[in-house]
Design a protein around this ligand. Structure first.
Ligand code: HEM
Length: 476
């Protein structure tokens, strides 16, 4: 009786939402869910709930509610929803992104922080500058392949930081292709509804049902092990560059990591950090082409501070406020992690007169947050100026949570921010990026996946620097 009463009480105080079908519950949108959820936010309010089977989804669509819940109550939202297909089976429960709250999560996260914290990331500057100069060369060579240039940048930076790789990385490298094959498998398995076992866990006992995913896991693990073994071999002949893998191999006991935990941790850096960064660079190129006035403001400051006789560098970062504001506005304008990432409530959370019950999956819809007029007036307008104070410095009073929330906030955010700074500075310094009048850009044409990517689009790169190739070659 007590349990029934409790259930009834919770039901009564659930956040509002569209009425569920008595048997099938609510429809979970199959296409562009973040855009559909934004409409539901406008209809039902900042926090809504949807019921599907035994799962309760709480979707947050306003910044104030997102901060009140996911930041202020973060201790109760460290956990991830159970993911049998993608998390337990495909990732062997070792991929940090999907690992639930507990000892393993804590040690993986601690190990990541040790190499991704704001102090350490400065040491990656030479890697990022070099790779960003290569983006310029790639674009001079094959401007129509600008999206590939961004992917190559992101892949080579991650490979250098993680495994100390010094040879140039091409997006067609067999190793990168293999990693991408694994990532595509993850992307498919992670889609809501992709595997019935996530709604009906009993299915895990059906013989053969999860065999393919188990096989994928073995392949992934052996790839990650082999990447780590390469670093071990280099360490044995003293030829390793300082990198994430070397640092952790030397301190494996201190961080209490098994061989496979370490292999997965290094391996999943690529998954979390490569495609996201490449997409964000592509969005910068799109925004520059579509908003020439905003591009021009950035270029005026670049000409003033950097001039045309040298390339921009990290030493200009504090002064290039227009570049920083432009990047912040692209993060908001088209968020890469468009629908946000799910957290699981480990106790009842009270919000106003609603209760988010223990066990609920809580998701901040980044797309809706980016268009929340309470925080971003005229949200559809691309306006980097909103990030600047009257004195021209970056304001401290505005924040967009493109890197997520609480104790799960993206640990790679400092690397990502710096990648976006250096690429935006170099691209807008080197080129006038223009729309191709014969192929106008559809700025809503994005892939429909968790980390969204602009669909292929055409732009023209007009060099602004006469001796660009020479300057790049000198710097390289
Ligand atoms: C523009 C680029 C990036 C964006 C937009 C982004 C966004 C995110 C978001 C939204 C999350 C989930 C946060 C949450 O649960 O609330 C996340 C998690 C994560 N990110 Fe990033 N990220 C980016 C780049 C990177 C990079 C460069 C790395 C690594 C070097 C990285 C590593 C990770 C890892 C390991 C996690 C899982 C953390 C956990 O579950 O505790 N990310 N990221």
């Amino acid at each position: 009786v007590k349990l029934v009463k409790q259930k009834f009480h919770r039901q009564k105080y659930l956040p509002p939402g569209p009425p569920p079908h008595w048997l099938f519950g609510n429809d979970i949108p199959k296409e562009y869910p973040a855009r559909v959820f934004e409409k539901l936010t406008n209809e039902y309010g900042p926090v809504i709930s949807l019921q599907k089977g035994s799962s309760l989804f709480v979707i947050i669509g306003k910044n104030k509610a997102a901060v009140d819940i996911l930041e202020k109550e973060n201790a109760s939202l460290v956990d991830r929803p159970v993911s049998i297909a993608a998390g337990e089976v495909l990732s062997g429960d070792k991929r940090i992104l999907l690992v639930g709250q507990g000892k393993r999560f804590q040690k993986l996260r601690k190990a990541l922080q040790s190499q991704l914290n704001i102090k350490i990331v400065e040491s990656y500057e030479p890697i990022q500058e070099k790779a960003a100069r290569n983006v310029l060369l790639d674009i001079l060579e094959k401007p129509e392949q600008h999206q590939v240039a961004g992917k190559r940048y992101a892949a080579s930076v991650i490979m250098s930081i993680t495994y100390g790789k010094t040879t140039p990385t091409s997006y067609s490298d067999p190793e990168v292709q293999q990693v991408n094959k694994c990532l595509n498998r993850l992307g498919s398995a992670i889609r809501p509804g992709a595997y019935l076992v996530d709604s009906y866990p009993i299915l895990r006992y059906v013989p053969g049902y999860l065999n393919t995913l188990r096989q994928y896991h073995r392949e992934e693990l052996s790839l990650f092990r082999s990447q780590l073994d390469a670093v071990r071999r280099q360490m044995a002949n003293n030829t390793t560059q300082p990198c994430f893998a070397k640092y952790l191999l030397e301190r494996q006991n201190e961080y209490d990591l098994s061989d496979d935990e370490l292999a997965y941790l290094a391996g999943s850096m690529f998954g979390a950090g490569s495609d996201t960064t490449a997409s964000a660079i592509s969005i910068v190129i799109m925004a520059a082409a579509v908003f020439p006035e905003a591009q021009r403001r950035v270029q005026e400051q670049l000409d003033l501070i950097v001039g045309k006789d040298r390339l921009p560098s990290f030493s200009d970062m504090d002064e290039l406020t227009e570049v920083n504001a432009f990047v912040l506005e692209t993060f908001r304008w088209r968020p890469v992690s468009v629908g946000g990432f799910p957290h699981r409530a480990t106790k009842d959370i009270h919000y106003g007169h609603y209760v988010i019950p223990e066990g609920a999956t809580v998701i901040a819809n980044h797309w809706a947050l980016s268009r929340d007029p309470d925080v971003f007036p005229e949200p559809l307008k691309f306006n980097p100026g909103r990030w600047l104070t009257e004195q021209g410095t970056i304001t401290e009073n505005l924040k967009f949570y493109n890197f997520g929330f609480g104790r799960r906030v993206c640990p790679g955010q400092h690397v990502a921010n710096r990648s976006l700074f250096i690429n935006t500075a170099m691209l807008l310094w080197a080129f006038n990026i223009k729309q191709d009048p014969s192929a106008p850009i559809d700025t809503l044409a994005f892939t429909d996946v968790a980390n969204t990517h602009p669909l292929p689009f055409k732009v023209k790169f007009e060099p602004r620097i006469a001796n660009l190739r020479d300057l790049i070659r000198d710097a390289l």
